[in-house]
Design a protein around this ligand. Sequence first.
Ligand code: C2E
Ligand code: CA
Ligand code: CA
Length: 689
Amino acid sequence: MLASRYNEVLVVFSLIVAILASYTALDIAGRVSTAQRGARLAWLAGGALAMGTGIWSMHFVGMLAFSLPIELGYDLWLTSASLLIAIASSTFALWLVCQRELPWPRLAMGASLMGAGIAAMHYTGMEAMRMVPGIVYDPAWFALSIVVAVLASGAALWIAFRLRWHSTWVVFSRAGASVAMGCAIVGMHYTGMAASQFPEGSYCGAANSGIDTGWLSILVIMAALSVMATTLIISVLDSRLEQRTASLASALSKANSELMQLALYDNLTKLPNRMLLADRLGQAIEKARREHKVFAVLFIDLDGFKAINDAYGHHLGDLLLVEVTQRIRGSVRGQDTIARLGGDELILLTEIGEPTDAAKIAGKLIETIRQPYSIEHHELFVSASVGIAVYPDDGLAPHELLVNADAAMYHAKEQGRDGYCFFENSMNANAQEQLRLLQDLRHALERDELRLHYQPKLIAPDGPIIGVEALLRWQHPERGLLSPDQFLPLAEKTGLIVPIGNWVLDEACAQIQRWRAAGHTSWNIAVNLSASQFAHAKLIDSVRTALQRHGLEAHNLTLEITESTAMRDADSSLAVLEQLAAMGVGISIDDFGTGYSSLLYLKRLPANELKIDRGFVNELGQGGDDAAIVSAIIALGRTLGLKIVAEGVETPEQQKHLTRLGCNLLQGYLLGRPMPAEQLIECYGETPA
Ligand code: C2E
Ligand code: CA
Ligand code: CA
C-alpha cells in the first residue's frame, strides 16, 4: 500500500471551512424560517448554494491536504458532479428544517438521505482521482464513515431545526453547534479517507488533467470563504432590516390602535362613540335582516343631570356619568352595545324576541339608574328617560332608528321623565311640526305676533296687588295663542331667545310705565330671563336701555332667574347678578327648591326674593314632605332677609296654609290668571295704591 501524508495546515483549513459552512447553514435555516413568503425561496436557493459549496470545499480542501508519493490530479467532471451532489443534499436538508414540524421519523429519513448525499459526494470526489488500479476500501471503515455521515447529518438537522428562530442567545448556541457540526463533517471525511487504501504501484489517472493542486487549494478556499462570507453578510443585513421593519411595523400598529381607540371610543366612559355606534348599528341591521331577527335601539337620557353638573361642577358630573354607564353595563347582556352620543345621552342596542322585551329591559335600566349614587361623599339622585325604536318596524336605516328613538325619548321626558316610551309615527310628525314652527318663529317678531300676559302678585293672603309677572305668549296666525312651553325651548336652542327676550323687556317696561302714568306708581314688573339670555354679554346694556327708554327707575323692575340658571356657572352668574343689583334692579330666584343650591352660595346671591316652585305648592296639604320643605324654605329665606313668594296657588287651602307658614306674596290661578294688560286693569285697576 502507498503511504499517505497530510498537510496539517490544509487540514486545519478544512476544519475551519467546515465550521464556517455549518454556521452559514444554521444561519440561513433561521433566515428561511422567518423570511417573508416571497423571500423564502431566494433564501433557500442561496443558502443551499452556500452550504453545498461550503461542505464540498471542506471536502476538497481535505483532499488537497492529502498526498501520496505519486502525482495526483482531479477529474473536472467528477469533481463538478460531487459539488452538485453537495448542493442537492444541502437543498434537501435546508428544506427539511424549515418545515413547521420535524417529527422523529422524518428526521431519521432526512439524516439517512443527507448522510448518503455527503457520502456520495465524498466518494465521487475520491473517484475524481481516477486511480488505477482502483482504490481499495476497508469495509469496516467505509461503513463507519457512512454511519458518521448519517449521525452528523441527523445532529445537524436537529440542531438547525431547534435554532431556527432569532433570539439573543441564538448566536452563541449557533456558534457552538457549528463547531460540533464542523467536527462531525470533518470526522466523516477523514474516516472515509481512512477507509481508502491505495495499492502499491497505483497511479492517478487524472494526474495530467493540468489543474495544479497548490493553486487549486487556494482558489477553492478563497471561493468557498467568499461565498459563505457574502451569504452571511447579506443574512445579517437582511435580518437587521427585517427587525427594523418589524419594530417599525409594531410601532405603527400600536399608534394605529391608539388612534382607533381615540376615534371610536368615548374618552370618559370608554364606551363606543357616535362613529362606532353607526357602524355597530349597520352591522345589527345587516344581521337582523339576514336572520329575520328583531332588535331595539334604546335612547337613554338622564333627567336632572344638568342640574347636578351646574351645582357640583363637571368633575362630579363626569364621575356620575361613569358610574351610570357602569350600572348600565352591569344590567345588560355581554353582546349588547352601549354607546355614548355625547353629554348624558346613551344608546343601548339589544337583540329582542318581541317589543315587550325592550320594555322589560328599559324598565330594569330605569330602576337601576334611579338608585342613589354616592360620589365623593355626596348622595346624588338621577333618573333616566328612555325612548325605544324597534327594528324593522320603526326604521330600516341607522339614522332613522336613532332619530325615532330620540323622538320617543323626548316623549318620555314630556310625560314626566323617569320612564320609557315606544316610538310612534305621530312623534315623527311632531319633529317636522317643530321645524315648521321654527320657521314661523323667525318671523314672529317682525310680524308683531308676540304678546305679554300679566299675572298679579298679591300680598298674602288676598291682596292688595303689588306687581305683576310678565308672561310671554305667541299669537300664531294658524295655531292660536301659544304658551311659552310650546316655543321657548325652540327659541333657546336657536338663539332666537335673545331678540325675543329684548322685546319682552322693552314691552314690559313700556307697559309698567303706562300703568304708572295711570296712577299705579307702586306696581313692580317681573320679567323672566332664560339661561342663554342670562349668559349673553349684552344683558346689562339691554336692561339699562329699556329702563332709560321708558323713564323707569331700576326698582320698578324685577328679573326672575331660575335657581338652576343662577347655579350654572356660579362665579360668572354672581358677577352679572351683582351688576344688576348694583343698578337697583330686583332679583328673584324662580322655581326654588328644584335645583341643588348650596345655602352658602344662596347667601352670596344679591337676590331679594325667593319663589317657591309650584310643584311644592301643588303637593301641599296632601301630606308628605312638602309642607316641611316649604316651611324650611320660608325659614331659610327669612334668615337671609328675602321676600318669599309662593306661585301656583290654586285652592283656598293652599292660600291659607302658605299664609300661615309665612309667605309674603302669593301668585296663582286662584288669585288671578295671566291675562292681557287691558283685562288686568279691569280687574285690579280700581284700587290704586
Ligand atoms: P314661571 O316663571 O315659573 O312662570 C309661572 C308659570 O306658572 C306660568 O306659565 C303661569 O301661567 C303658570 N301658573 C301661574 N299660576 C298658576 C297656577 O295656579 N297653577 C298652575 N298650574 N300654573 C300656574 P307660563 O306662562 O306657561 O310660563 C311658563 C314658563 O315659561 C315660565 O315659568 C317661565 O319660566 C317661562 N317664561 C314665560 N315668559 C317668559 C319670558 O318672557 N321670557 C323667558 N325667558 N321665559 C318666560
Ligand atoms: Ca317666573
Ligand atoms: Ca316659577
